[in-house]
Ligand binder design. Structure first.
Ligand code: 5GP
Length: 114
């Protein structure tokens, strides 16, 4: 059996994290190495390696994750804006092979990204 990713271990409460939201489909927690004053990771509980690996049956969970991000941004009053990032594959720097969205805010974010 493949080793659990760090996010699976956080979902399973084997590794601690600062959790900001949870429901039956997803978990949101603070990034351990924040790149902005607000840096939250939103991950599905379902084992999906990346955005490149989603299947038609993942349609609803993908929509749900973005709805959760929108609600978090409203709750956190990110009125100056925020950025949602989904690094996918080696060129994008994906380090954890469990689908996740970064929610970044609290400072001006440069464009284009590096
Ligand atoms: P990626 O580069 O795959 O898009 O992002 C992975 C993110 O997971 C990084 O921003 C990294 O800081 C975060 N991360 C890695 N290990 C841990 C951990 O053990 N706990 C938390 N909260 N975040 C982690």
């Amino acid at each position: 059996m493949a080793a659990k990713t760090i996010f699976r271990r956080i979902i399973d409460r084997e590794v601690p994290a600062t959790i900001v939201f949870e429901d039956e489909h997803c978990l949101a927690f603070q990034d351990v190495d924040p790149q902005a004053p607000t840096h939250i990771l939103v991950v599905p509980k379902k084992e999906i390696p990346s955005l490149a690996a989603v299947e038609p049956q993942d349609h609803a969970i993908l929509g749900h994750l973005l709805m959760v991000i929108s609600r978090l941004a409203a709750d956190l009053q990110l009125d100056q804006g925020f950025r949602v990032v989904c690094n996918t594959g080696p060129d994008a720097g994906q380090a954890v092979d469990h689908l996740h969205f970064h929610l970044l805010a609290g400072r001006p974010l440069l464009w284009p990204p590096g």
